[in-house]
Design a binder for this molecule. Structure first.
Ligand code: IPM
Ligand code: MG
Length: 361
């Protein structure tokens, strides 16, 4: 099979990590010669696109992404764009591409690797064995709800956004979450704020309704404030979490601290079909860009998610994941996850080690 991948390195450390991700995908191609091949095509997104085209999300980038089988994204944003008007800020490109490609389901795994138990700020006994999948709705909620704005109401200035979910939006993300749970430990926790928000009351009603089609999955509901607390208190109680856009934004950042480093966590954003966008959950980290020290593992694991979710190449995905685990087992670490006995590597050395390991097996 030949797959077309739209490669969007973006800003900050984006180009460095994407280079390593592409390196690993090329190694997969070599290993699975005759079975898997990739066609990579690059485009600009974020601040770098703004500099060239005066928009962070050029039409040509959207076209390329729409015509590709999958999108491989680095990161967007840099301090130098912080003063730009909101419509052309790099973050707008991220929201725009999610919406235009209808990527409503965001999967964010938080897996604690035994090798990295020390990297977390939490006690090893609390996090050992944590394996959580956060399923975050990505194209609705206060992020996109209308009306929105800053206006004068009764002579007083006010800022407002609308938290709104349509039934069909809740239903389709619920299906993704239940299906995900079916492939795992069959436990799903739906997170909302139904004790206060009407929007959440509908959320809970629809998720409960959809659950009838998945009798094997044990469904629980949790208020978001409690969920935030439980994630730290006893993260092992969770298998799959499903929640709306804003709660998911916050809880997925929180969950990412269980493994200790943002530099380890991949993500997939999916639509109805096989099309998906794959990116590390960390940002563009402009403070360390161009130094060859950023951790490329989150991006490399995102490439594995691409193979699994968009291309159904599970064995190649596993190969990447195992290669990462083995390289960690051998004691190699980028600076962000280094501990006393580890061998510190640069970004590109880490990529090379993972490639060597992948081709060795
Ligand atoms: C994320 C980010 C984005 C979001 C920002 C950069 C717009 O925080 O992907 O979690 O809020 O969705
Ligand atoms: Mg976020």
């Amino acid at each position: 099979m030949n797959y077309k991948i739209a490669v969007l390195p973006g800003d900050g450390v984006g180009p460095e990590i994407i280079e390593e991700g592409v390196k690993v995908l090329k190694a997969v191609q070599q290993k699975y010669k005759g079975e898997i091949s990739f066609e990579f095509e690059k485009a600009l997104i974020g601040g770098c696109a703004y500099e060239k085209y005066k928009t962070p999300l050029p039409d040509s980038t959207v076209e390329l992404a729409k015509n590709a089988d999958a999108v491989f994204l680095g990161a967007v944003g840099d301090w130098k764009y912080d003063t730009l008007p909101p419509e052309v800020r790099p973050e707008k490109a991220l929201l725009g591409i999610r919406k235009q490609l209808n990527l409503f389901a965001n999967l964010r795994p938080a897996i604690v690797f035994d090798e990295l138990l020390d990297s977390s700020t939490l006690k090893p006994e609390v996090i050992k064995g944590v394996d959580i999948m956060v399923v975050r709705e990505l194209t609705g909620d206060v992020y996109f709800g209308e009306p929105r704005g800053i206006d004068t109401i009764d002579g007083k200035r006010a800022g407002f956004n609308n938290m709104i979910y349509f039934e069909h939006e809740i239903e389709r993300i619920a299906h993704v979450a239940f299906k995900t749970a079916m492939k795992r430990n069959k436990k799903l926790c739906s997170v909302d704020k139904a004790n206060v928000l009407d929007c959440s009351r509908l959320w809970r009603e629809i998720v409960t309704y959809v659950s009838k089609q998945y009798p094997e999955v044990e469904l629980t509901h949790m208020y978001v404030d409690n969920a935030a607390m439980q994630l730290i208190r006893n993260p092992k109680q969770f298998d799959v979490i499903v929640t709306g856009n804003i709660f998911g934004d916050i809880l997925s950042d929180e969950a990412s601290m269980l493994p200790g480093s943002l530099g380890m966590l991949p993500s997939a954003s999916l639509s109805d079909g096989k099309k998906g966008m794959y990116e590390p959950i960390h940002g563009s980290a402009p403070d360390i860009k161009g130094q060859n020290i950023v951790n490329p593992i989150a991006t490399i694991l995102s490439a594995a998610m691409m193979l699994r979710y968009s291309f159904a190449q599970d064995s190649a995905a596993l190969d990447i994941e195992n290669a990462v685990k083995n390289v960690l087992k051998q004691g190699y670490r980028t600076k962000d996850i280094a501990s006393e006995n580890s061998t510190v590597t640069s970004t590109s050395e880490m990529g090379d080690l993972i490639v060597t390991e992948l081709l060795r097996n």
